[in-house]
Design a protein around this ligand. Structure first.
Ligand code: AMP
Length: 347
């Protein structure tokens, strides 16, 4: 079977790391990005810059590829659907549509008996006042929020005033008394065909992932439940490719699914060095219909995200043989921007 040429929408670090994994498998990648300085320009075989809404750009991109995947979930559904009519898009646009909205995402999880945090849909100030049992809570936009963007802590029903614009649609989520956060990365190749990584433990600062480690320090009971739930999500979505479920564990050891990422995930970066097959390679294998190989952990590992100016001291640093530094080669250093990461394996 000849190998397909793969189109990737999005040119950030996830697109770059996908392109690097594809190269290892001799798969050609063409990246489409609406940022002319997107870092993936350094890693993909071909790079197309343009507006995702521009039909000429899309057609040019589609002429060069056999199938399409994406590195971020906030692509308008209509665009993915249109692309899917010409070249197949994996994971399917319908999955992305369901997951990119926090309300439909949480309804889906609860329908499948997967516990989420308590939440309520909010359309105006009165909704907050009558739902004070969700306070203290986090008001989150239903769409387009990530890394704490579009989130407001509500300690009191009067925290917001009449000027607040509710038109985007929000949920109010009860704050969980967090003990730990974990994530499960899983690649689904077809009906009941998986490669799944053990839970990864994550620590956030200012709602941005700061570091991750594998294995997570959790009980077998929580581990098995998280693995079962992640597999169930992938199966019920009929997902093809790598995805991630983020979980909260509260002080009473209850497990809650926080959100689903229909893509490779930052917490899974350490799999490049900890496992024989990374989350990126497994994604490429699954969407391109390549062989599913048994995925095994070789080393325990931890990963540190280099955010904003953190990167500067690493650029010229000497690393030990168990340290692996990844520079995303972003042109501009900005506060809160993920600039690179460092993975340390335990030998
Ligand atoms: P999210 O964008 O929903 O993934 O939230 C980003 C981060 O904010 C999470 O990883 C948590 O550290 C924190 N967070 C979000 N929602 C809650 C919640 N309901 N209770 C406690 N912490 C939360």
């Amino acid at each position: 079977m000849s190998k397909p040429d793969l189109g990737i929408i999005g040119g950030g670090q996830l697109g770059s790391l996908l392109a690097s994994a594809a190269k290892k498998l001799n798969i050609k990648t063409v990246i489409l990005s609406d940022d002319k300085d997107a870092p993936a320009i350094n890693f993909a075989d071909e790079f197309i810059y343009g507006d995702y809404q521009d039909i000429n750009i899309i057609n040019n991109f589609l002429e060069k590829v056999d199938l399409v995947t994406y590195e971020f979930e906030n692509i308008p559904y209509e665009i993915l659907k249109k692309i899917n009519e010409i070249k197949s898009v994996l994971p399917s646009p319908e999955i992305n549509k369901l997951i990119q909205n926090r309300l439909t995402e949480k309804e889906f999880l609860n329908k499948n008996n997967i516990t989420t945090t308590k939440y309520v849909s909010i359309n105006d100030l009165d909704d907050i006042k009558i739902n004070d049992k969700f306070i203290p809570g986090l008001l989150k936009t239903c769409t387009l929020g990530y890394d704490g963007k579009g989130q407001y802590k509500i300690n009191n029903a009067n925290d917001l005033n009449n000027d607040f614009d509710f038109s985007k649609g929000y949920i109010l989520e009860k704050i969980v008394n967090l003990k730990k956060e974990i994530s499960v990365v899983v690649t689904r190749f077809g009906h009941q065909k998986y490669e799944i990584y053990d839970p990864i433990e994550n620590y956030h600062e200012d709602q941005i992932l700061k570091h991750s480690k594998i294995p997570a320090d959790i009980s077998d009971e929580i581990k098995n439940k998280a693995l079962d739930w992640a597999k169930k999500v992938a199966e019920e979505l009929d997902y093809i490719g790598t995805m991630c479920v983020e979980f909260f564990i509260d002080k009473n050891n209850n497990l809650y699914a926080n959100e689903v990422a229909p893509r490779v995930h930052n917490s899974g970066h350490l799999t490049i060095n900890s496992h024989n097959i990374s989350q990126f390679e497994n994604h490429i294998r699954a969407v391109c219909g390549l062989e599913k190989l048994e995925t095994k952990k070789i080393y325990n590992a931890k990963m540190l995200n280099l955010i904003g100016e953190d990167i500067l001291e690493y650029k010229n640093k000497k690393f030990k043989e168990n340290e692996f530094f990844y520079d995303y080669l972003k042109k501009e250093v900005k506060a809160k921007r993920k600039m690179g990461h460092l993975t340390t394996i335990e030998k």
